[in-house]
Design a binder for this molecule. Structure first.
Ligand code: DGJ
Length: 556
């Protein structure tokens, strides 16, 4: 490997830092906690909201790291998702190279960042491109899948016993190393494989696979998929009809990935997850139109039963249709699955970070967020818009991520994003409703933003106090009454609705007692000023600046 002199200097500094590091106090191992049907990722024993970004596929090389950290600083992330490549980690069978992992750990700490490491092992986007050379050169021992015509395809076989053994061994070595090298818990989660599954054939057609395909479906799969069993020995085709091959492949791939995950977890029980290349959630095409065998929405139950060592099945969301985006979020937030978005893209989708928050996501991460593709990194330079949309979210939420994670875990937070043509939305909080509107004009109806960029969050802090924040929106409060018709003599807010309600035959009107602007720092709300007059008379308006309000309301 050749290094530039700057990288060499960093490497020397890193080795020194590693050598000089005093015995570090072990911190609690991060874990997923479920309470009252809600999930949280606990880091240092408290709920943590992962404000993440994933680097490009070929950026975890020591020469590339200087292109990573400045982007992360610009984005204000608290966690970076970085791949670890099997081919780099195990260049010769049983010979492990920890240099990259150790350097990434050390540099992440220097930048006060956490990491999610992605194990690019047997599968990367359905292929086996990250297997080490010594495996690629022995296809008989580490076979590809074969299609209907008996031809090898660009996808590993989930029935390759030697590949499974090699992956389990390597992944275990990786996790064992993390356990000893990371008492600080810089690494908070690990992704096992990347978009496991198959393109180019629906399943393996090798003789081993064929036999299993024709054999009875394991009863736990039938139960998980809530199939009414008409005969005790249904094979995959009989049980699942046109989806038989996809379901069989999901079972085969998930079993394999589950075993790799379990082996790693046995040595170091960090939260583990698998990510999915999705199928269209609204108009799913026939099998073959999406990656077969990965944790797509139709086979989540199969993955859950086949790979219990995985804590999360997570969607990579590249949908540009807002309805599809929101549907994916709903599909992956299940009673047996916390919502976590490990990859997403498209600047216009940045607002859906708020929708994910509204579904208690434990983390979120746009993809491809480093400067390896030549963005300008000089201080003060104009950043590409793609980065800015994500950066805004994290600059707002970053200083209060622990508070937001805790409020969400306690079920006190609601958040939404603008989806045209809807211009107003009501967030119910029992006796109060928060009313969010987009593109509200001073005297009239809300008309929506020119581009749907609005996003808002409201959390109840106490009986009459709310935390309110967002971008490109207006938020107001209204007592939740039995009748919320318009009443012309009352002030009309920007939604065209009045902040009043008829309760037990008497009109109750919202009044602001105190609207405080401030910033959170280390759990403390630092007061900046009181909003009143123009700043509150028409509701609370949020633009492109990161603004956080603590709002006390009462009725009169
Ligand atoms: C999804 C994959 O998981 C990523 O590694 C990357 O290949 C993106 N697709 C596309 O850039």
């Amino acid at each position: 490997m050749k290094f530039t002199s700057a990288v060499l200097a960093t490497l020397i500094a890193t080795s020194l830092a590693i050598a000089l590091r005093a015995q570090v106090q072990e911190r609690p191992i991060p874990r997923i906690v479920k309470k009252d049907g809600r999930f949280a990722l606990f880091v240092d024993d408290a709920p943590y909201l992962m404000l993440g970004a994933q680097v490009h596929n070929s950026s975890t090389w020591l020469n590339m790291l200087p292109k990573v950290w400045p982007a992360m600083e610009y984005l204000n992330v608290n966690t970076v998702e970085m791949p670890i490549y099997w081919e780099q980690f195990e260049p010769g069978q049983g010979q492990y190279d920890y240099t990259t992992i150790d350097t990434v750990l050390e540099q992440a700490r220097q930048h006060h960042l956490r990491l999610v490491l992605l194990w690019f092992g047997t599968w990367k986007n359905g292929s086996q491109h990250y297997m080490p050379e010594w495996m690629k050169l022995a296809p008989d021992r580490y076979p590809h899948m074969v299609d209907k015509n008996g031809q090898a395809v660009d996808s590993p076989s989930p029935f390759a016993a030697a590949s499974l053994e090699a992956d389990k061994t390597a992944f275990t070595a990786f996790m064992r190393h993390l356990k000893s090298a990371d008492p600080e818990r810089t690494v908070i989660m690990v992704q096992v494989e990347n978009e496991a599954g198959t393109w180019g054939t629906l399943r393996d057609y090798s003789s081993t696979a064929q036999k299993l395909f024709e054999a009875p479906v394991p009863p736990e799969v039938l139960t998980a998929m809530q199939l009414k069993i008409t005969s005790p020995s249904l094979n995959w085709q009989e049980a699942f009809g046109p989806e038989g091959e996809v379901c069989f492949n999901a079972w085969s791939v998930a079993k394999y990935v589950g075993q790799v995950a379990a082996a790693g977890k046995a040595v170091y029980p960090l939260p583990l997850y698998a990510n999915a290349a999705l199928r269209d959630p609204l108009r799913p095409g026939a099998p073959g139109s999406y990656e077969s065998g990965g944790p797509t929405d139709n086979v989540l139950a199969i993955w859950k039963v086949a790979a219990p060592a995985l804590d999360i099945l997570a969607p990579d969301i590249y949908q540009n249709d807002p309805a599809a985006y929101l549907r994916v979020l709903e599909l992956y937030r299940r009673d047996d699955n916390p919502l976590f978005v490990p990859e997403t893209g498209g600047a216009a989708n940045a607002r859906f970070f708020f929708s994910a928050l509204g579904l208690q996501t434990i983390g979120f991460s746009p993809f491809g967020m480093d400067y390896s593709r030549g963005h300008d990194t000089s201080p003060g330079s104009r950043q590409p818009d793609e980065f800015l949309a994500w950066a805004m979210n994290y600059r707002l939420i970053g200083p209060m991520q622990r508070e937001i994670a805790e409020l969400n875990f306690e079920g006190k937070l609601k958040a939404v994003a603008e989806v045209a043509p809807k211009v107003t939305e009501t967030l119910p909080f029992g006796d109060w409703n928060a009313v969010v509107s987009y593109g509200a004009t001073r005297n009239g109806q809300a008309i929506g933003n020119a581009e749907p960029t609005g996003r808002a969050l409201v959390a109840r802090l106490s009986d009459n106090q709310f935390l309110v924040s967002g971008f490109f929106c207006r938020v107001d409060f209204r007592p939740a009454g039995t009748d919320q018709q318009r009443k012309s003599q009352h002030a009309i807010d920007g939604t065209g609705q009045i902040p009043s309600a008829l309760i037990d035959g008497k009109w109750q009107h919202r009044q602001f007692l105190r609207v405080e602007e401030g910033t959170y720092e280390n759990g403390v709300f630092n007061f900046v000023r009181i909003w009143n007059g123009d700043e509150t008379d028409w509701g609370l308006n949020f633009g492109s600046e990161p603004v956080v309000l603590r709002v006390s309301v009462a009725t009169y």
